[in-house]
Ligand binder design. Sequence first.
Ligand code: FE2
Length: 453
Amino acid sequence: MFVDQRGLPLTTASEQAVIVFDSTIDSYLALKRDTGLLLKSALQADPDMVMAHCLKGYFFKLMAAGPLEARAAETQAKAETLATDSTAREQAHVAALGHWCNDNHAAACAVWDSILAEHPLDVLAMRLSHHAHFYAGDGPTMRAVVEGALPDWGPAIPGYGFVLGMRSFACEESGDYRTAEVVGREAVKHNPDDPWAIHAVAHVMEMEDRRCEGAAWITSHEDHWLPANNFRFHLWWHRALIHLEVGDLDEVLRLYDENLWDPTSDEYLDLCNDAAILLRLEMLGVDVGGRWAPLAGKVRERTEEHILTFIDAHFAIILSAVGEMDAVEYLIKTMKAKGGYVREHVGVPLLNAILDYQHAGYERAAAMLNQVRDEIVLIGGSHAQRDLFEWMLIDSLIKSGNLNRAKSFLFERTLARPENAASWQRYGEVLAGLGDSIGAAAAEEKVTQLTTT
Ligand SMILES: [Fe+2]
């Protein structure tokens, strides 16, 4: 029995395995590219280390890819056989992995949260809980989980910066932008090599439409997020979003081609980033050419996975963009069969709305998007990511001639984000369509003011 760098006991006979296990956790939290290799080294040092097997299963699950689901379950079974003489904390991790493998995210979260109540320094449990609550759209619980453990942390404890980074992002997703920014900046100061914390502050700037600051923040921290794993593409996504909001569409396309698009990647976040940017461009009237086709090639065989509804929604966008309606209908059918509240009550209408939207059925798309509007948060992802569906709703209303309703939603947006040029732009266009030339001119002036300052 040894202890990790935060003093938590690990069942193993190999000190080397513990050292490399610690490095693996550090690498995972820092979104580095050597995480898998480090884990392999830990398992080489001790092939029977229960937490190393458990971590392997967690990593398979975090990849959210169909072919890895069975491997995660096999790894969990192996961990379970090794866990008989391990600590209660280690056994709880194995149980949480089991719940996750059984698609029971709530039960997995309950275990991680109970581990944290007992062992607040279990940063692995914290990060996994953070991730799961994020994909349940539950910002307040993300925040409560981190802050509940905070009294036991301090700057001298290894990993403290990562905890601040999680707290920052949790505050951002809870709408507390002031705390999120202060804590995020502190996290980056404490540990500059934390792309998650850099990303949290970028989110604050995105939500507050501080475009220049956002672009400068992302660019000035490039040295610390460019070496990251595929998460770096998501930072490029945020950079592209800033240009998209002020109509700098050529730059968005350039960023897509040169920085976002990775022909070799099948990672779900990359697929979601790519789909969201291409669809946003199309909503603004840009012909994205043949960019959808290779994306469709990556997801065509993944219509039975249903790992996260958030991912399924992006798969539906991609497949319907290339006219593969049958594939989307199959995606919806198998999603319904898999069941669960979010899939049935939010996922199915959302995917149907996407299908209709992509094939000019704007009236039906608007009705279904409006139906799921209050609960769409349950598919998880960030506010910035889910904003795509709000834009889809507004675009559907405009294209189906329901300008009065579109005007209401757009006005709501200008109230919530008064500095958002894209909302004012669209609002002005709708007012012009309704014959309100004075209102349209005022909105246009606001756009000029926002895009020239
Ligand atoms: Fe993000």
